[in-house]
Design a protein around this ligand. Structure first.
Ligand code: BGC
Length: 756
């Protein structure tokens, strides 16, 4: 074991400050005289964007495998698959000497318009956290680190370096933090990357609430925090708040500021030592695990990329058109994406791929198809000649597969989309083809939901998302039934942009106000009873599954217990398939404003025809809780909850109820603003109120027009200070009453407001 404390004691102040920022774009600094090596980091998340050696441009990257992006892998609902992808990437990191892979990216898809949604996992924090943890465990099992990003609330690209994501603590805790929390608790990523944006007015890079109080003190994060590239605002403030490594290099400017701050006493050196220690622990964790250098095997990993893609593609609609026959039918592939699929998004995650297999190439191994380009991939306007050729082909075909999607220019890191449409030329093409042929199948390549005005007219829709360099092979295998689709949407597909939860406020400029609160994605559409095009968790298969026999280990628990939920899933169709079974919890207590239901479990089962499997889930307090801001903690109210098992959020197959009893009492602070109603919620309060303030009622009931119920109804929402004016209650008397309640009930439950 290395003695890192000893090493730090031998470092000069300047060396320590230097270690807290990068040497260049992709590496940390070495301190040769002490044997501290420099290590390399690299994007991430769905492949290696590793700088080529000896190139002046830091963005020149080596050839590597492009795996499906997170918009696609999220649809796998498969922890094992994510772990496998992580292991493969971890091995690749070791092959090329990457100490930390910059991913996964788990920001919540607040709006479908966020330009970077293709890189993010889900609108649901539970799903995002579980899949991220599996990915991290996979990468780190190979002794390479990860950097979960962007911590936190980096949910738009517009003004991403200055905008403040402003929301309630409850919203932050319930929606925007849990994916990070789960990953930290279940996988301990080596590093966390802070976001560019501010969170409630304070930069992510200098926010003690997120970087220290929550991340380290509450969740127990043990690694180092690095900045997003150029996210540092005030370096010294950041160091104190918990930001260890600044990336990339600050050219020595911020190192000097750290040195100066220690010298003039504005920065306690212990903060610096702590940051250095956290960085060095991971530098040596990597460097000391012998780099058994296996060369990067792009061809082997291409096959893994294809296998992963097949598990992610979502069959959104199928009126029987799929799978396609391999012979005996005239099949047309139409659309530029058949020839040139969009496999990944633009920006820092962009992989320099060696191979991209298109559907048009892959289908050659299966059967002969005819092809027409139909439109120019990067253009919005129709090319009449291409459209006419495509229509001609469609007329004489038994089935037409249109390959559509979003061009690169419509969607990328760095900007948000302004609408949810695919290019006009593609919508026009699909409409025209539907007029000429009644067997149209659409394959989509896009990183986020789009409007599909033609969804009702086509026979089948296959959502391939941006599913990596083997996109064409995976898509054709599914089209022709060589693989059975098993992806489920990790986000809701709204019908139109104006239906979306933050339509009125997205994107923010200086401030992004998260007015929709916890009602993001399906949590919003369900609460508003608003129809969607395709619901969260939706995805079809070529076989069917039956759900039966739901059992709870107990239907009466306290918030200290766990409960086990089991059910049987049977493949009742004709072919092998996989089903992602989803568990949702619905709070029926009516205690707080909550979503209709929330995802709290999922299991993917593989079943041959007639085969059954039992799925098991374990739920505990957190799964029933919301974040209570007065308690500053998770709280599960007493009452009834419904546990639902479904094939999607809108296709619930089984449910069971349980009663839960809270063992935690919520704090209640009585002061002059406490209302009559709040008093009445507590039996003790009711009694006290009636004794102390009964005279108000008496006095009012003395009047001609009042009956008792009317008086009570009138008083119910009024604060004590106002009620006081109806009776002969002085300030003194009122505070004495509150104080006597405090004495009567003891402890912190009743508190007297500060002296006036
Ligand atoms: C992105 C990060 C990325 C970094 C390094 C930043 O602009 O936001 O996600 O890891 O650049 O490329």
């Amino acid at each position: 074991m290395r003695d890192i404390d000893k090493l730090i004691s031998e470092m000069t102040l300047e060396e320590k400050a230097g270690l807290c920022s990068g040497e260049d774009f992709w590496t940390t600094k070495a301190v040769e005289r002490l044997g501290i090596p420099s290590v390399m980091v690299s994007d991430g998340p769905h492949g290696l964007r590793t700088r080529m050696e000896q190139t002046p441009d830091p963005n020149d990257s080596i050839q590597a495998v492009c795996f499906p992006a997170a918009c696609a892998t999220a649809c796998s609902f498969d922890r094992e698959l994510m772990q496998r992808m992580g292991e493969t990437l971890g091995e690749e990191c070791r092959s090329v000497g990457v100490s930390v892979l910059l991913g996964p990216a788990v920001n919540i898809k607040r709006s479908p318009l966020c330009g970077r949604n293709f890189e993010y996992v889900s609108e649901d924090p539970y799903l995002a956290g579980e899949l991220a943890a599996a990915y991290i465990n996979g990468v780190q099992s190979k002794n390479a680190g990860t950097s979960i990003k962007h911590f936190a609330a980096n949910d738009q690209e517009h003004h991403r370096m200055t905008c403040s994501s402003d929301m309630s603590e409850r919203t932050l805790r319930e929606i925007y933090l849990p994916a990070f929390e789960t990953a930290v608790k279940k996988a301990q990523p080596w590093t966390v990357m802070c976001s560019y944006n501010k969170i409630n007015g304070v930069y992510g890079s200098e926010n003690p609430h997120t970087l220290t109080e929550i991340l380290r003190d509450e969740w127990g994060f043990k690694g180092y925090v690095m900045s997003d590239w150029g996210a540092v605002n005030d370096r010294v403030k950041g160091l104190k708040a918990g930001l260890d490594l600044e990336m990339p290099s600050s050219g020595g400017i911020n190192d000097a500021k750290i040195v100066q701050a220690v010298k003039d006493g504005t920065l306690d050196e212990k903060y610096l030592d702590l940051a250095v220690k956290r960085i060095l622990e991971k530098v040596f964790l990597y460097a000391d695990s012998l780099p058994e250098k296996k060369p990067l095997d792009i061809d082997k990993d291409h096959i893994i990329a294809k296998e992963i893609a097949e598990e992610c593609i979502v069959l959104l609609k199928n009126e029987g058109a799929l799978p396609l026959p391999e012979s005996g039918a005239k099949i047309a592939f139409i659309g530029a994406f058949a020839e040139e699929p969009r496999i990944q998004g633009g920006g820092s995650s962009h992989i320099n791929t060696k191979t991209i297999v298109s559907a048009l190439t892959a289908v050659k191994d299966i059967c002969e198809v005819s092809y027409a380009k139909g439109f120019n991939r990067e253009e919005n306007d129709t090319d009449p000649a291409l459209l006419e050729q495509a229509c001609e082909l469609a007329k004489g075909s038994d089935a037409v597969v249109v390959f559509a999607g979003l061009p690169d220019s419509f969607e990328s890191e760095g900007f948000d989309r302004s609408h949810m449409r695919i290019p006009d030329c593609q919508n026009e093409l699909i409409d025209r083809i539907c007029e000429l042929n009644d067997n149209v199948i659409v394959v989509m390549h896009n990183g986020a939901p789009v409007e599909m005005p033609w969804a009702g007219k086509v026979q089948a829709i296959l959502e391939a998302y941006l599913c990596g360099e083997a996109a064409g092979e995976a898509v054709t295998d599914i089209l022709f039934g060589k693989a059975n689709p098993c992806g489920k949407l990790a986000e809701s597909y709204p019908i139109k942009l104006s239906d979306t939860p933050c339509y009125l406020t997205f994107p923010g400029d200086r401030s992004a106000v998260y007015n929709e609160g916890v009602f993001v994605g399906y949590r919003y559409y369900e609460k508003k009873e608003m129809p969607v095009l395709f619901p969260f968790g939706h995805g079809l298969s070529y076989t069917s599954f039956e759900y039966s026999d739901i059992k709870l280990s107990s239907d009466n628990i306290t918030d200290k217990d766990t409960v086990t939920v089991t059910a049987t899933i049977t493949n009742i169709g004709n072919c092998y398939g996989k089903e992602a079974v989803q568990l949702y919890v619905a709070d029926k207590t009516g205690f707080a404003m909550r979503p209709i239901k929330e995802l709290k479990g999922f299991e993917k089962v593989s079943l041959a025809p007639n085969e059954s499997a039992e799925v098991t889930f374990t739920l505990s307090k957190r799964d029933f809780s919301y974040y209570n801001e007065e308690l500053c903690d998770w709280y599960a109210p007493t009452g009834k909850y419904t546990i639902m098992l479904g094939s999607s959020s809108a296709d619930i197959r089984l449910s069971a109820d349980l009663m839960l009893t809270a063992t935690v009492k919520l704090p209640f602070v009585a002061d002059e603003n406490t209302t009559f109603e709040e008093f009445m919620d507590y039996p003790e309060g009711k009694e006290a109120f009636e004794i102390l303030f009964g005279q108000v009622e008496k006095q009012m009931l003395g009047g001609e027009h009042f009956d008792e119920n009317a008086v009570r109804a009138m008083l119910s929402g009024m604060p004590l200070r106002q009620i006081r004016s109806f009776g002969e209650i002085t300030d003194e008397k009122m505070y004495a009453a509150i104080e006597s309640l405090n004495r009567h009930f003891g402890g912190s439950k009743w508190q007297v407001p500060p002296e006036k």
